[in-house]
Design a protein around this ligand. Structure first.
Ligand SMILES: CC(=O)N[C@H]1[C@@H](OP(=O)(O)OP(=O)(O)OC[C@H]2O[C@@H](n3ccc(=O)[nH]c3=O)[C@H](O)[C@@H]2O)O[C@H](CO)[C@@H](O)[C@@H]1O[C@H](C)C(=O)N[C@@H](C)C(=O)N[C@H](CCC(=O)O)C(=O)O
Ligand SMILES: Nc1ncnc2c1ncn2[C@@H]1O[C@H](COP(=O)(O)OP(=O)(O)OP(=O)(O)O)[C@@H](O)[C@H]1O
Ligand SMILES: N[C@H](CCC[C@H](N)C(=O)O)C(=O)O
Ligand SMILES: [Mg+2]
Length: 485
């Protein structure tokens, strides 16, 4: 492909060299650059891609896209100066793969919690409705029936456009994708054509990256600001930031709510371990998903399906048969009636939601035992709050490791312990080894008790010291609790 054909839509500040040259591949990682590649020098959180320009030219890079031109230039190379390399990367990645987002109906889901659940149920629903469909999610990506491992919640622009291209080539009509706040800030979604955007909620998370809640809010909102006039913007109006999302959007504004007036409304009739019974848009429907937060997720799915012009009763019938995403309120019951729940709750709000759901549906005198850790190299300010919330809503709490990544696991636990009030101290235990912590919870549990293992959900690894070893919360619970079937 010729360089000049890739530059459509890119605002060039300065150009040195020719644009009628053949391009091999796009690359933003110097370590992977080979002959005739374009190297995008991106300013990152750890380092600056501009530091590697010379090295990529030695490896054969033909084009450098950057924000600052190097002082010494190679006459065989084309240099393109832009305002923001990450923005140019998004646009060029779209051009390189033939802008696949415009050839399917792409729906983005954003918010602190619920993105995976909403996107996954939409994917399953649209497949059941008979459409070829794609999914980009934290757990895994799908090109209709073909699964592709996920590395990020929202992939980088090259991987993202490549996946969308494969979806279009496979005949997909729809793609449901999670849009993380990191992805918006880092311009991973630049240049995509969305047919709709969905907002779930906004609570405390990722303040390590965004620094302030306001900056986090702005990142989420920036996604709605770029939706085109032809798209819909569907927001949870019960969330105090739901209306903010819609402020400047050109898209047509739609709302969903359990409490307020909205375009799509539901009422919880019953909320039990066996599922939710809702009055949804004046229809009485039973669902397999558990917890009032899932009533919101189901309503977001329902609203999206209706906005995509699907038949109301068909949608509700199919939705009532669907289960949620892997590792979200995923529970087993042991032969002696101990309930073990694996849930991906890794924010204060999610921990509170899942534990209040358990509190609402427990029968009476059973104990709730929570096993909880916090990830390393992530927002430190949520650690004490998550521990405190877990204590407020549980009878016993075992503080343990999540993915310590490059941090010292004991330091993370100490930071969690700091949030536990003196009265709550006596109900906590700290056990560094997550497997031991889960085993201990199982030994402490009596028939009827409920164990919540929170934070890692579907993850099949634990990352300690930068090394990932196999780890699966559900596998350990199954080993320990030995369910009947
Ligand atoms: C904080 C964050 O989001 N980091 C992402 C970011 O890396 P970075 O900004 O740290 O990059 P950097 O290391 O500073 O390097 C800057 C540039 O130099 C390049 N480089 C670097 C080294 C080198 O030798 N040569 C070279 O060319 C890098 O490729 C990069 O382009 O850009 C990288 C390339 O796209 C991502 O892989 C990386 O994701 C890391 C692995 C990550 O863990 N991200 C998480 C936090 C994340 O994105 N999570 C959200 C979901 C969060 C949620 O909602 O729960 C997600 O969408 O997955
Ligand atoms: N609508 C919701 N409101 C609040 N909490 C929720 C909601 N949906 C799910 N949760 C809780 O948040 C956890 C994560 O849910 P889910 O994976 O769907 O969110 P996510 O936004 O994709 O998260 P991530 O940003 O990590 O990808 C669940 O395990 C559950 O505890
Ligand atoms: N997508 C989130 C997931 C966090 C899950 C938790 N298990 C952790 O490792 O902190 C992140 O990368 O911040
Ligand atoms: Mg997710």
């Amino acid at each position: 492909m010729q360089l000049q054909d890739l530059l459509y839509g890119v605002t060039i500040k300065e150009l040195v060299g020719k644009t009628d040259r053949e391009i091999n591949a796009l690359n933003f990682d110097s370590r992977k650059v080979s002959k005739d590649d374009i190297f995008f020098a991106v300013v990152g959180t750890v380092t600056d891609g501009h530091r590697f320009i010379e090295q990529t030219i030695e490896q054969g890079a033909g084009v450098i896209i950057c924000e600052n031109l190097p002082e010494i230039q190679d006459f065989t190379v084309t240099y393109i100066k832009v305002e923001n390399t990450a923005v140019a990367l998004g646009i060029i990645a779209g051009n390189y793969f033939g802008n696949p987002s415009a050839d399917l109906k792409l729906i983005g889901i954003t918010g602190t919690n619920g993105k995976t659940t909403i996107a996954t149920i939409l994917f399953k629903l649209f497949k059941d409705l008979g459409y070829k469909t794609g999914l980009l999610s934290t757990v895994e990506n799908y090109i209709n029936d073909t699964v592709v491992a996920a590395t990020h919640t929202t992939p980088n622009p090259i991987a993202l456009n490549q996946l969308l291209r494969e979806m279009v080539d496979a005949g997909c009509d729809y793609c449901f994708m999670e849009v993380s706040s990191h992805a918006v800030s880092q311009h991973r979604i630049e240049g995509l054509t969305f047919s709709g955007g969905v907002f779930s909620n906004l609570t405390h998370d990722h303040l390590d990256f965004h620094k302030t809640f306001d900056a986090y809010l702005k990142a989420k909102k920036a996604f709605f600001d770029v939706l085109p006039k032809s798209a819909f913007a569907l927001t949870n109006i019960d969330d105090k930031n739901g209306a903010v999302m819609l402020q400047n959007t050109k898209a047509h504004k739609k709302t969903y709510a359990l409490k307020q007036l909205a375009d799509f409304k539901a009422k919880i009739i019953e909320n039990q371990f066996s599922g939710l019974h809702l009055d949804i848009d004046n229809e009485d429907v039973y669902f397999k998903l558990v917890g009032s937060f899932n009533a919101y997720n189901l309503l977001a799915v329902y609203g999206t399906a209706i906005l995509l012009e699907q038949d109301k009763l068909k949608v509700l019938t199919l939705l009532s048969r669907l289960s949620g995403a892997e590792g979200r309120f995923d529970y087993i019951t042991s032969a002696d009636k101990i309930i073990g729940i694996v849930d991906y709750a890794h924010t204060p709000d999610a921990v509170q939601n899942v534990l209040s759901t358990i509190a609402n549906i427990r029968k009476g005198t059973e104990q709730v035992i929570t096993v909880l850790g916090c990830g390393g190299d992530r927002d430190k300010t949520k650690r004490p709050i998550m521990a405190q919330v877990a204590c407020d809503w549980s009878d016993k709490v075992i503080l343990t490791s999540d993915n310590p990544r490059t941090e010292d696991p004991q330091t993370i636990i100490n930071e969690m312990e700091a949030g536990v009030s003196p009265t709550n101290k006596r109900k906590t235990l700290s056990i560094l080894d997550r497997k031991e912590a889960i085993k201990t919870a199982c030994h402490l549990a009596q028939p009827g008790d409920i164990i919540l293992v929170a934070g890692k959900g579907h993850e099949k690894y634990q990352e300690i010291n930068g090394i990932r070893n196999h780890f699966d919360d559900k596998e350990i619970l199954l080993e320990q609790l030995k369910p009947i079937s």
